[in-house]
Design a protein around this ligand. Structure first.
Ligand code: VGL
Ligand code: ZN
Length: 197
């Protein structure tokens, strides 16, 4: 069984959003078409409480894109984004959410960011997605969405580490590309055994 995992196609990651990814809206209609070709469709939704520890505004003297050391490792600080219940956290209105079998929310723990759809950034706390996939007999996953160099990257690498057969459809992703993060992500995914299609 083969699942499509659509990462964070939310207003805040699309043009005019709080953490806009260039061209983020361009991938939506092709993702809708792709949904029909899979045994299961899973959407993820970045879902932070106000004042989340990944927001620069939550740390005095810090600006967006500064780095800090968190108990679980280095963390890039972001502009406030995807705050629970806001328009920015909603899915892009063109995304066909009716086709989703499961929606995974992540990043709701105030103290830990969660790029990956599988584990929070402590690399230990599970979201439950692995259990869903295994109990549904899914062995292959294809990932698309936003952003290629953060949430898609972390999700793809975790999926590969868990033993799933992982493909990332690069043309159906867009990247933030901060200080070489896109090239680093592509190299990391390739060495984790992820197929970049
Ligand atoms: C993401 C930064 C912060 C993503 C989420 O979806 O790639 N990036 N939160
Ligand atoms: Zn986030």
């Amino acid at each position: 069984m083969h699942a499509l995992i659509v990462i964070d196609v939310q207003n805040d990651f699309c043009p005019k959003g709080a953490l806009a990814v260039a061209g983020g809206n361009e991938i939506v209609s092709d993702i809708n078409v792709l949904m029909g070709q899979f045994d299961a469709v899973i959407l993820t939704q970045d879902w932070h409480p106000a004042g989340h520890s990944s927001f620069a505004a939550s740390h005095t003297g810090k600006d967006p894109y500064d780095m800090i050391e968190m108990p679980y490792g280095p963390q890039i600080l972001w502009p406030d984004h995807c705050i629970q219940g806001t328009a920015g956290a909603a899915f892009n209105s063109a995304l066909n959410t009716d086709q989703a079998d499961l929606i995974i929310r992540k990043g709701y723990n105030p103290a830990i960011d969660s790029y990956s759809a599988f584990f929070e950034n402590d690399h230990k706390t599970p979201t439950g997605l692995e259990g869903y996939l295994r109990t549904h007999g899914i062995t292959k996953v294809t990932l698309v969405g936003l952003a290629l160099d953060f949430c898609v990257n972390y999700s793809a690498i975790d999926a590969a580490k868990l033993g799933f057969d992982v493909t990332v459809r690069r043309e159906l992703c867009r990247a933030i590309d901060l200080n070489g993060s896109l090239a680093a992500a592509e190299a990391a995914m390739a060495s984790a055994g992820v197929t970049l299609a």
